[in-house]
Design a binder for this molecule. Sequence first.
Ligand code: LMR
Length: 335
Amino acid sequence: MSAAVLTRRHCLHLLGGLAAPAAARAAPARSTIRLSHVVARQTPKGLTLERFAQLVHSRSSGRIAVEIYPNSQLYGDADEMQALQLGAVDMLAPSLSKFSRIGFPEFELFDLPFLFEHPQQVRRVQGGAVGQALLAALSRQRLVGLGYLDNGFKHMSAQRPLRTPAQYQGQRMRVQASRVIAQQMRALGAQPVVLDFGETRRALAAGVVDGTENPVSNFWTQDMHIEQRHFTLTEHAYLGYAVVVQERFWVQLALADRQLIVQALHEALVWGNAIARQENAQALLALRESAGTHVHRLTPPERQALQAATAPVYAALEQRIGAHWLDQVRRDLRA
Ligand code: LMR
């Protein structure tokens, strides 16, 4: 089992650490896992979850069904966590940025601008002490963290190029509900506006916001390019997900079913992490070919200027969650 997704210790905790009620030890029953997410099917997350559903279906001979509700058709950012906690859905894969809203500000580590240069570095942190402590901490809210999944690095879009801090002045930028991302936008001179992912395209069309930050796959598959004339390849921060289930739902499953689900998810996540870059590269190709949106590549000095402008965000997060988290991340990145 790859450390990128689950450590052995965490896996044992998931499978054995939680006592199953007596009924769960009876003969395996049919079950359905309702899985809601906010992005399109043709994205790293959409494809990975479909693969997970297929694996579960075939390994359980159709006994366990994973019903997927993509594209915010069931729940959006504002209500999906609540739906999970109330048992209205069984599994989610929210972006790491969305966990602070339910009491886990430490997850915003992954939002820090210019922290990672490559998905392998993210993998090291997620597979190391920090990543595993974060998943384990989810039990505080009666959630079980099953693993991590990449989308990729985010870029900036607007009706103007966003190459220099001067170009961000006064731009209203849609952000996820993450204080780190909000601070990053303010540090650049922009105004962050928290909006549901599913509302973003409409908000762009109505002029409620001027721009966004997104991996290309999300930008392209939501047709945001129709509303945005400029897409600046900043690669300024990472966007990834944690797959979570509700503890009450998890413990009522038979142990053998939990094993089957963990194994299928592990394989799907390894596959998903391998195809995420390719999905984003294909989306970028399609965006370039669509010709309506200018794609800008930053020069190294331009990227350094954005990095310098956003550097104060680190101290602000450290103050909020404690310096030890960032120290450990830096150790993992040096290892
Ligand atoms: C966003 O809100 O921008 C992303 O978290 C959407 C997603 O799930 O990729």
